[in-house]
Write a protein that binds this ligand. Structure first.
Ligand code: XIL
Length: 300
């Protein structure tokens, strides 16, 4: 096949990108988006600070533009993200009462789920809840500090009730290396959830890599999580300097695991990237295919 999306579809997978609503009017951007990709993730538009900037006051305009783009072009939509410590408005961070924070969190989840019901394939229900470094434990967010360990389970149960058809995912970075303590912490949580019937369907591996690309254990990690009974996806792929070998290794790790059913890059052109100084994407600033594009296409 001659596009990323069509090539991925040959093995039953999707190939997607993060999308920014304010770029949809750029014709170079939108023609690449609609030619190459069959899945989209809102880069910022469905985050808490945009969706509920003050308590009970919901702004779905930017998220709706992403959802409309996906619907009108037949692109699968990943909701990103319901519960995250970052891009979180200050009013949430300052809630100190557990009952209040629990009802605020559950309401936020239900509002998002209801708004996009029937249009979302998968939701990142909780994003980046584990700490960096060697502890393998939870990140000290307001949710963790006020609600304790149970908040992730609560979030998944609330999301399942609100939209029973959506796949519910946990998403994080630096969990690609099987030997990392953070990976092991997330693995233990998913294993526990599956053993107790907590509704989780998928784990997203952000895959923001340095120039060396994925750790050599990435395929093992994907395979071990999949063996717990969840789908796995590469959700925010970008690689400093976009080396052809590094990209091929990332794609191959996914293709080698049957339950790795999709790959999303975190932007289209280098100029669209949150790491634009590192030129980490598949298209250059003019929208031309880079060598990494051809490497990905031929590897898939
Ligand atoms: C980034 C966006 O790309 C930027 O535009 C924004 O300023 C900050 O967030 N992990 C995630 C993504 O889950 O939501 C982040 O996206 C990148 C890291």
């Amino acid at each position: 096949a001659s596009t990323l999306g069509a090539q991925a579809a040959q093995s039953g997978r999707y190939f997607g990108t993060a999308v920014a609503a304010n770029k949809l009017g750029d014709s170079t951007y939108s023609s690449l988006l609609n030619r190459e990709f069959n899945q989209v993730t809102a880069e910022n538009e469905m985050k808490w600070q945009t969706v509920e900037p003050s308590r009970g006051s919901f702004n779905f305009g930017p998220g709706d533009r992403i959802a409309n783009q996906a619907t009108s072009h037949g692109q699968r939509l990943r909701g990103h993200t319901m519960v995250w410590h970052s891009q979180l408005p200050g009013w949430v961070g300052s809630i100190g009462d557990a009952n209040t924070l629990r009802s605020v969190m559950n309401n936020h989840i239900a509002q998002l789920a209801n708004r996009y019901k029937g249009r979302i394939h998968s939701w990142d229900v909780v994003n980046e809840a584990f700490a960096d470094g060697g502890s393998g434990g939870r990140r000290a967010t307001v949710f963790q500090n006020v609600l304790g360990d149970g908040y992730i389970e609560t979030a998944f149960r609330t999301a399942r009730t609100a939209d029973p058809a959506a796949k519910l995912c946990y998403n994080d970075y630096s969990i690609e290396d099987w030997n990392a303590a953070k990976t092991q912490g997330v693995y233990r949580m998913v294993r526990d959830f599956k053993s107790r019937g907590v509704p989780i369907d998928c784990v997203g591996f952000q895959a923001h890599f340095g120039a060396g690309g994925p750790p050599s254990t990435f395929r093992t990690t994907l395979s071990n999580f999949a063996a717990l009974g969840v789908d796995v996806q590469i959700t925010e792929l970008d690689i400093a300097q976009a080396g052809t070998g590094a990209y091929a290794n990332a794609v191959r790790a996914c293709l080698d695991v049957a339950r790795c059913n999709g790959i999303t890059v975190w932007g289209i052109r280098d100029s669209d990237s949150w790491r634009s100084g590192e030129n980490p994407l598949l298209f250059d600033r003019n929208g031309a295919k880079k060598p990494a594009y051809n490497s990905v296409l031929t590897t898939m």
